[in-house]
Each structure stands twice: as C-alpha cells, then as structure tokens.
Design a protein around this ligand. Structure first.
Ligand code: NAD
Length: 339
C-alpha cells in the first residue's frame, strides 16, 4: 500500500461524489480514497454500498470547515491529491437559507486549500508527471456564468455573473482556488459542469422529483412555463471528465464539462412520462399529472456549455445523450423504489 496514492475526496456521500468514488476505485486498483463527508441531509451512506471499508476506501464523518480535523487527516494520510465535491448544492435551499452555502462552499473550500498548501509547500509538484501528485481538483458548476439568452454557449472565458446565493458561493470558491494557483503556485484545476442527472441523485432535484411524483400519482410540479433550458449530463460522463481533469488537466486551468444536450424542463417532464407510459403503463398517461407552479425567483433562463476544451485537450467525450441516459436513470429509480 503506497501512501503517495491516497486521495482525499470530500462530499463523497452525495450524488456526484458517490458515483465518482465507485468509478475511480473501479479504474485504479492502486489508489486509496478517504471520503470526508459531513452527512448533511444530502449525504447518504447507502450511496456507497458497493464499496467496503478497507484497504482502498475509508469513510470519515466530518466537516470540511473543521481545520483541526482536516489538518489531522493530512498528517495521518499524507494525501497526494484532493478531489473536492463537498458543497451545499440546491439552489432553492440557497434562496431560503444562504448561510450554510457561504460556510461550506466558500469557507470550507478555503480551509481545505489552505491546509493542503501547508502540507504540500515543501513538495512542489511536477507538471510533467501530471497525475494526481499534490493536485487539488475543485468541482464547480456552469451556474457561475449566470444566464444565457436563446443563443450562445458558456466557454472558459465567459465572465462570471452568478445570480443565486448558490452560484455566488460557488463562484467565490472558484476565485479562491484560482488565487491559490496565481499567488502560491498550487497545483489546482477547476471543472465547471452543467446539470447532472443519474442514479443516486437527491430526491429534491428536478429529475428525481418528476420520476417520484409521477410514480406516486401526484402532481408533477414545473416552474413557470417550463421553458427554462439546462444542458443535461449523465453523471458517469461527468465522472470521466473529472478523472481526466485530475489526471491530465493543466495546473491553473479550468475545464467546462457539458454534454451538448440542451433540453427544457417541460420536454424533460414529458420524456419521463412517455418512458413511464411504456415501462409502467396505467389507465391515463403520466403527462396528465404535469402542473405549472410559480417560478423560482431569479430563475436563470438557459445554460449551455461549449465543452471543446476538455474534448480537444483531454480527449473527453460524453457516452450518453439525454434520451439514453434518462432511460438508464428511470430504470435505476424503478429498482430503488422496488417497482
Ligand atoms: P449533493 O448535495 O448531492 O452532495 C453534497 C455532499 O457534500 C453531501 O454528501 C453532503 O453531506 C456533503 N457536505 C455538505 N456540506 C459539507 C461539509 N461542510 N463538510 C463535508 N461534507 C459536506 O451534491 P452533488 O450534486 O453531488 O454536487 C457535488 C458537487 O458538484 C458540488 O460541489 C456541486 O456544486 C457540483 N456540481 C453539481 C452539479 C449537479 O448538477 N448536481 C453540477 C455541476 C457541479
């Protein structure tokens, strides 16, 4: 067991982090992951049921804002890399209760970076080696860019213009990460990804809500006129992009990740209903349950990603389009609900 290959993953009991750890450990037999997660309402240990605690995986319940804990973990495990997912992630919650977003997303990211820097300062990284040596990979969102009109795409050069407390907290964390490269020469990389969907997503998010409400015979709530557009990415495709950015990304760079799958919310609700009509038919179509509810304040109209940088420089490509990914996702939820 080599200490040089122990990676700290934060927020690994959440949706993307848990999918990532399983993907990562399946692909690299010589890497150990220590998963630090506070287990907020969004953390779910059963998301990691495929893994067993042991030689290559450990779970630590704790807060990324806890300096003593994070420092002790660095001393114990001598991490050679950090992959940072932990965040408060739900825009609607950030509108009602922004405090936790500022604490975890802004202060927590700073705390991790600062402690990583103090442990890594005497071990400068080697650009050529690339791989995870002393690398801090920060997972962020396309929401930092604000909203698009009907045309255009977010590139890595698009100016930041966050509109919700959630996106503002993520934008702040991105800037802190950036400053640790420019000021201290730390080996940081940031990824900004579009909306994810897939197995293990928290019930509160759009796609799990549509599936659950449809199956429970409840009204399926759609904000406003349902015309808001997101660029949907299947979570495993995101995990592949994160891994490439971690292994091969250039220090100090940011990479946008998105699957070229712009869909509006109403299309998504109808698509899910149509698939359920096929898989679990009932007397009337599921789409009859779709109901419009008042719009989210400050609701960004459209997000869409230009992913050509990660495609060209790191050879990333999405395997799923929305229609293939959503079918897999619905089948996973049917199993979860034992339907
Ligand atoms: P999630 O809400 O499902 O999971 C977040 C995890 O972080 C949970 O397990 C939670 O317990 C943990 N956590 C929260 N606060 C913590 C703290 N203070 N200390 C330690 N752990 C803490 O989120 P997700 O959807 O998996 O998102 C993961 C990351 O990816 C976030 O940084 C998010 O901003 C980013 N992201 C998400 C999406 C998306 O569509 N879900 C898209 C782009 C980027």
């Amino acid at each position: 067991k080599s200490k040089a290959k122990t990676i700290l993953v934060t927020g690994g009991a959440g949706f993307i982090g848990s999918n990532f750890i399983v993907y990562f450990l399946n692909n690299y037999k010589n890497i150990k992951v220590v998963n630090l997660d506070k287990l907020t309402y969004a953390g779910e240990l059963s998301n990691l049921n495929e893994l067993s605690i042991g030689e290559n995986y450990e779970f630590i319940e704790g807060d990324i804002c806890d300096s003593k804990l994070v420092n002790d973990l660095f001393i114990t495990y001598q991490f050679s890399g950090v992959i940072h997912f932990a965040a408060e992630s739900h825009v609607d919650n950030s509108i009602k209760h922004p405090d936790a977003f500022i604490n975890t997303n802004v202060y927590g990211t700073f705390n991790l970076l600062n402690i990583a820097k103090s442990h890594w300062q005497n071990a400068p990284f080697d650009y050529k080696e690339g791989c995870e040596k002393n690398r801090f990979l920060h997972i962020s969102t396309d929401e930092v860019y604000g909203t698009l009109g009907k045309t255009g795409l977010f590139t890595e050069e698009t100016p930041y213009a966050p509109n919700s407390p959630y996106s503002a907290s993520k934008a702040s964390s991105d800037f802190i990460v950036r400053s640790y490269f420019h000021t201290y020469g730390m080996n940081v990389v940031t990824t900004n990804c579009s909306n994810n969907y897939g197995p293990k997503q928290h019930d509160e998010k759009l796609i799990p809500t549509i599936i659950r409400k449809a199956l429970q015979n409840d009204q399926i709530p759609i904000y406003g006129d349902g015309k808001n557009i997101r660029d949907w990415l299947y979570v495993e495709d995101h995990c592949k992009g994160i891994n490439l950015a971690f292994q091969k990304g250039k220090a100090g760079e940011t990479y946008n990740i998105g699957g070229n799958n712009e869909r509006d919310n109403l299309y998504i609700a109808h698509k899910i209903c149509d698939i359920l009509d096929d898989l679990k038919p009932k007397d009337k179509p599921y789409s009859k349950q779709i109901t419009f509810v008042s719009d989210r304040p400050g609701h960004d109209f459209r997000y869409a990603i230009d992913a050509s940088k990660i495609e060209n420089e790191l050879d990333w490509a999405a395997d799923e389009n929305f229609e293939t990914g959503i079918l897999k996702t619905i089948k996973w939820y049917l199993k979860k609900y034992k339907i």
